[in-house]
Every structure is written in structure tokens, then in C-alpha cells.
Ligand binder design. Structure first.
Ligand code: C5P
Length: 215
């Protein structure tokens, strides 16, 4: 049996990696995993239980609980899109024990796909699936990413102040890039896509032509 074709897409918050991942998965008929949602879910579960996301033993219990009962519905809760869940997710994501607890579930998702899988996050190409034949690293300038996030929040009817969103994005970048474990960085063979000044459609077409060389 041919193993599933795996595409990884990593990059910072608001770079457009999620949009690209969803579009590629739909077009190619591949399964899609937004790995950030897993960290968000762990952070959100802690907040909901009134626990501190900075407390590693509690975060590890929440991570283990999640992997033992993970369903797609658990990652589709709209509350996970909230910045509170994003920040709590970013905190638990810097904990080695939490990352180790969540690693195998992500690898299994990719291995069990029937046709192929698209995984997006921060370490999909470097840690989760370094063997993936196609790896993208998607970037965009911080001001562009903040503007996109403000538009997204406004579209959801949520209040958003540009300066606060930008500050939040920069703080999250700082944590993701400088953490000692699984820091945000491109795999040596990743294809770099800068989405700052091009449309989502143009990014998709460019990615698709890169993928065509491997299929
Ligand atoms: O991508 P998203 O903003 O949903 O991710 C939430 C947080 O989860 C990120 O700030 C990042 O710290 C963490 N994350 C991670 N590794 C991944 C995906 C997300 O550390 N593969």
C-alpha cells in the first residue's frame, strides 16, 4: 500500500498557513490537521477548569486527557479561535512534557490518512513529519498579519484594536521563535512563501505548482 502523501505548512500566527492548508487539503482530497488547535484546546481546557496554563503538571494532565479521547469535534469548538485560547495554547506549547504528550497523536494522524494529509503549525516539518516530501514555511510581515487578524475578529463581530493585536502577535512570535523546544523555524528543505503582498489565491496556485513537482 502506498503511504499517505504528507504536506507540512509551518509559519507564525496570521501568516496565512491555515488558509493555504485548508485550500490544499480540499483541492487534493487530503485530511487536514490544524495542530495549533490541539495546543489551543489544552490551554482552553485549563482556563475553563480555572487552572493556570503556566502550571506544567496541570497542563500535562490536560494534554494526556485530550489525546486519550481526541475527536475532530473537540478541535472545531469556535471558542478555540479566541485570543485567550491562543495565548494559553502558546504557553502550554513551550512545555517539553506537553509537546511530548501530543507528538504521537499528530504523527498518527498523518500516517493513518488514506490519500494524504496536510498538517499546519510551527514544527510540522521539523519535528512531527520531517520525512514529508513537501514542506512549506509561510511568512508575512507583522503589520500585515495584525491587519488580517483585526479583519478576522471584526468579521466575527468581536472587538479588535490594531495596536493590541500587533503587540500580541509580536509577543507570540517571540515565544514561538525563542523557546528551546521545537522553536518556530523552517526545515532545511522547506519552500518559503511570503504572503505579505499576494492574494490567498496566488499563494495557493504557487503552492500547488510546487506540489506538482512531487506528485
Ligand atoms: O497556530 P495557532 O495560533 O492556532 O497556534 C496556537 C499556539 O500553539 C501557537 O502560538 C504556538 O505557540 C503553538 N503551536 C506550536 N506548535 C504547533 C502549532 C501551534 O507550538 N505545531
Amino acid at each position: 500500500m502506498t503511504p499517505p502523501f504528507i504536506i507540512t505548512i509551518d509559519g507564525p500566527a496570521g501568516s496565512g498557513k491555515g488558509t493555504l492548508a485548508r485550500a490544499l487539503a480540499a483541492h487534493l482530497g487530503f485530511d487536514h490537521l490544524d495542530t495549533g488547535k490541539i495546543y489551543r484546546r489544552v490551554g482552553y481546557d485549563l482556563l475553563k477548569a480555572g487552572q493556570d496554563p503556566h502550571h506544567e503538571p496541570s497542563a500535562l494532565i490536560a494534554a494526556n486527557r485530550l489525546t486519550s479521547s481526541l475527536t475532530p469535534e473537540m478541535l472545531s469548538d469556535p471558542a478555540l479561535r479566541d485570543d485567550a485560547a491562543g495565548n494559553a495554547g502558546s504557553v502550554v506549547a513551550s512545555m517539553p512534557s506537553v509537546r511530548a504528550a501530543l507528538l504521537e497523536a499528530q504523527r498518527q494522524f498523518a500516517r493513518r490518512a488514506t490519500k494524504g494529509a496536510v498538517l499546519d503549525g510551527r514544527d510540522c516539518g521539523t519535528v512531527i513529519c520531517p520525512e514529508a516530501p513537501v514542506k512549506f514555511f509561510v511568512i508575512a510581515r507583522p503589520d500585515v498579519r495584525a491587519r488580517r487578524r483585526v479583519d478576522e475578529l471584526s468579521a466575527m463581530g468581536l472587538p479588535a484594536v490594531y495596536d493590541d493585536v500587533l503587540k500580541d502577535i509580536l509577543a507570540r512570535d517571540e515565544r514561538d521563535i525563542h523557546r528551546p523546544i521545537a522553536p518556530l523555524k523552517p526545515a532545511p528543505d522547506a519552500i518559503l512563501l511570503d504572503t505579505s503582498d499576494i492574494s490567498a489565491e496566488a499563494v495557493f496556485n504557487r503552492a500547488l505548482s510546487d506540489i506538482a513537482r512531487f506528485l
